[in-house]
Design a protein around this ligand. Structure first.
Ligand SMILES: [Zn+2]
Length: 485
């Protein structure tokens, strides 16, 4: 006690001396831009108020309290007072190849809405590689593009190009050896991850996931219909759309799996897309109606243990029920699509609007809400991804809807930001370079007019977007969009 009474005043004295001896000095950062007095938010440090962030070339070179720094007025300064800075956003589930004619508009759409990195989760390798190369050649004029190449599917493969709703995004393999060869080939072409799909047999699936692991590639995908969540989870770094998880949480998950194995054998000469729909119709509603708390718990434990991250694509999966595309501001975003696509989308949504959501759509949304809440409680990791441009999801805008849905379904606004920034960076082992506002990291940053922690929809109040150090103010972003009119 007595010692404490003596030490405390000494410490206070030292602290005072230290403060008075460190008068803020006038600093000049040559060839740099200083964003001053701003509030910065990232997944590690939460909200830090009144900060100054200094950028040079494509890097963040200083992050420090504005009060500790007196800037020379020779600096290039952006006044960030009243603004909120977050790391550039990722859309962790996009398809450049889904509508090939839309791909040339996608870079600008992403950037104009603050999406500075994307993960392409499936498309013809030549096509998506070309967009990745173009992005790499122009880092300040394009989002960062990570690609999976084609979905690796079994036979019959689902996305075989037999129907406009199923363009040829996949390659079907008929043996484990063929699967390994395909993974090797994609790796040699330069994919960033592998996507395993629903028609793979357990043997083919294991061959794909083991080979990818040997090559240091992450694996994402859909749980194959021939498997269940618990047996597939060890091979999967991430899962898309919560796909087929409900089947493994049902009371009779084993009976459902056996029925699927029979349906897969019976339908092996059908088209993949038709066979998959048949299986989903036979099992999904039944699974939603017979969820078991105990089985759900076991599935979630396995996902946590195996670190299988979830990309629930909520804007898509709840979209059947909630129809965000009917909202005026959503329809207005179609204006930035090529005319022919805009017309087609407007026509299709007018058609959909004539039919109310089905009971099955409502059930799916309820289940999704429930399982995402449970996953959040369990501590499972999420990434924000949309599946754009599928189902009228405008590239760029739709990621903000995804973040809002993540918050609706149980994530905090900061967790939703993490799911769209720090986590995708970590997924690609880029966590030393991207996803946080730290010295030494790449300057992919957004400046917002309002606090996204108060309301996650404030991520849409985009004042300035910075990609690889290049600054686009609101006028530049509007021009970018207008060029797509
Ligand atoms: Zn997808």
């Amino acid at each position: 006690m007595r010692i404490n009474n003596i030490i405390k005043p000494i410490i206070t004295l030292f602290a005072l001396l230290l403060i008075t001896s460190c008068n803020p000095s006038t600093e000049l950062f040559e060839d740099a831009i200083c964003i001053t007095n701003t509030n910065i938010i990232d997944a590690e440090d939460g909200l830090r108020e009144n900060m100054t962030v200094v950028l040079r070339d494509n890097k963040i070179i200083k992050v420090l309290p504005s009060a500790s720094l007196k800037l020379s007025d020779k600096n290039d300064i952006i006044n960030g007072t009243g603004k909120y800075m977050i790391p550039g956003l990722w859309d962790a589930h996009v398809h450049f190849a889904y509508i090939e004619d839309l791909a040339p508009s996608m870079f600008k759409l992403f950037l104009a809405y603050g999406i500075t990195s994307v993960r392409d989760t499936g498309g013809k390798i030549d096509f998506v590689k070309e967009w990745k190369d173009r992005a790499e050649a122009d880092p300040t004029g394009a989002p960062r593009v990570k690609i999976a190449g084609p979905l690796i599917d079994g036979m019959p493969n689902v996305y075989d190009g037999s129907d406009p709703s199923r363009p040829p995004l996949s390659l079907g393999v008929s043996s484990a050896e063929e699967a390994v060869k395909l993974v090797d080939k994609l790796d040699s072409i330069g994919v960033d991850l592998i996507k395993a799909y629903e028609m793979l047999t357990p043997e083919q699936f294991k061959a794909v996931t083991n080979r990818a692991k040997e090559l240091g590639l992450k694996v994402t995908g859909h749980i194959p219909l021939s498997m269940d969540a618990i047996s597939a989870s060890p091979g999967m770094n991430s899962m898309e759309h919560l796909r087929n998880i409900e089947l493994s949480c049902a009371e009779d998950w084993e009976g459902l799996k056996n029925q699927r194995l029979e349906l897969l054998v019976d339908g092996k000469s059908d088209q993949g897309g038709i066979l998959r729909s048949r299986i989903h119709s036979a099992q999904r509603t039944r699974a939603f109606e017979t969820q078991s708390e105990k089985n759900t718990e076991q599935v979630l434990d396995a996902l946590l243990k195996n670190d299988s991250w979830q990309v629930p694509t909520l804007a898509l999966s709840t979209g059947f029920n909630e129809r965000p595309f009917l909202r005026p501001e959503w329809k207005a975003s179609f204006n930035y699509l090529p005319q022919e696509i805009e017309n087609k989308w407007l026509e299709s949504i007018a058609q959909i609007a004539t039919n109310p959501p089905t009971q099955a759509d409502k059930k799916r949304t309820q289940w999704t809400n429930d399982i995402v809440h449970k996953m959040v409680d369990k501590g499972i990791t999420f990434m924000a991804g949309t599946d754009c441009p599928i189902f009228f999801l405008t590239p760029g805008l739709s990621l903000h809807e995804e973040m809002a849905k993540l918050v609706d379904f149980g994530l905090s606004p900061l967790q939703a930001i993490e799911a769209a920034t720090a986590k995708p960076a970590e997924y690609f082992d880029m966590d030393n370079e991207l996803g946080l506002i730290r010295e030494g990291m790449i300057a992919d940053l957004l400046i917002l007019d309002a606090n996204p922690l108060d309301n996650i929809k404030n991520t849409l109040k985009l004042n300035t977007m910075i990609k690889d150090g290049k600054i686009y103010n609101r006028t530049a972003l509007d021009q970018m969009l207008q060029s797509l009119d």
